[in-house]
Design a protein around this ligand. Structure first.
Ligand code: RIB
Ligand code: CA
Length: 314
């Protein structure tokens, strides 16, 4: 069974990713770490506890960094606009208040101590800003040796979602992302917006999740419907009555690697450009000169995503 640590900034798509990782029989989710991102840290932690309690999971939750590693006043919570129809996540997810509590140990200490003590490889899945992962690697660079694969939801090749250049998770903490790509992980899989925007989930899929009649199925239906409403309101004719569920593509990938197709390429992160800060610079040139350091996903299969969610939430 694959041992997994999942690093999240829980909004609606993280929630679906968490439920999948916690419920799939081939994944041993040993801890969930939280980070500033879609909403402030207190809320990403509270939301994560809500999700796990809702599905009856006792996987421990470790709160992490409340801010990017180098920047202050760099807005993280772009999606949190409760006064408008843009509100994709809300401050608190529409699930009952948590009954459980977060651990006293912080996320970075948990990641470092778990990887130092690991006797079998651990997979890291990071679906929020990379602040916790970069800090853990700074504390002990040798921890990368215990990780068989780091799966990241982040970045974009064709266009971003926060700016024309940048995707939210990378843009929120570009220095952290820059460090992670050069940290020496044996395998980095980067699930970009180019891929996640192909695995669109429909309103009919949401009805099918609700019809499962399980806590996970009902929650997935409600949370993805909220995403569909936000995307439909904000993307004109480009995205109507469907939505990407970015982070869930990463956890489904753990058990169905064929959900994405990848190319091995060199990736780095722009940390200085006024207009391009947070861009993942993915070298697709035929004569690229940097050594490949990531398996970059350019496509994702909606059929695999929806069928895996249905099966696992049933
Ligand atoms: O850009 C998409 C990413 O930003 C997802 O991980 C979503 O949860 C937000 O954090
Ligand atoms: Ca996320």
């Amino acid at each position: 069974m694959r041992k997994v640590i999942l690093d999240v900034d829980t909004g609606t798509d993280d929630a679906v990713a968490i439920m999948f990782a916690a419920l799939h029989p081939s994944v041993e989710l040993i801890g969930v770490t939280t980070v500033n991102g879609n909403v402030p840290l207190a809320n990403t932690t509270d939301n994560t506890l809500r999700v796990l309690d809702h599905i009856g999971s006792s996987v421990p939750v470790y709160p992490g960094l409340a801010h990017p590693i180098a920047r202050r006043g760099f807005p993280g919570q772009l999606h949190f606009r409760p006064d408008t129809k843009h509100d994709m996540h809300g401050q608190a997810l529409p699930l009952p208040e948590p009954r459980s509590s977060a651990q006293d140990t912080d996320a970075v200490s948990f990641i470092v101590s778990t990887l130092r003590a690991a006797t079998a490889p651990v997979t890291l899945v990071a679906v929020g800003p990379l602040s916790n992962i970069a800090t853990a690697v700074s504390v002990d660079p040798s921890i990368v040796d215990a990780v068989d694969e780091l799966v990241i939801m982040g970045g974009a090749h064709s266009y971003g979602n926060v700016t024309p250049s940048a995707e939210f998770n990378i843009w929120t903490d570009p220095e952290a992302a820059f460090m992670v790509f050069s940290a020496g992980f044996a395998k980095v899989t980067l699930v970009t917006l180019d891929a996640t925007h192909q695995a669109l989930v429909t309103r009919a899929d949401c009805e099918a999740f609700a019809a499962l009649g399980t806590p996970a199925g009902e929650a997935a239906s409600a949370l993805i419907s909220r995403r569909i409403n936000a995307y439909t309101a904000n993307h004109g004719a480009a995205i109507t009555d469907t939505a990407p569920v970015h982070d869930a593509v990463c956890t489904v990938y753990l058990v169905r690697p064929d959900i994405i197709t990848t190319r091995e390429l060199h990736v780095t992160v722009e940390t200085t450009g006024r207009l391009t800060v947070g861009r993942t610079v993915i070298d697709t040139r035929p004569n690229a000169n940097g050594k490949p350091n990531a398996h970059v996903a350019f496509t994702a299969d909606p059929g695999v995503l929806v069928s895996q969610l249905k099966e696992t939430f049933s």
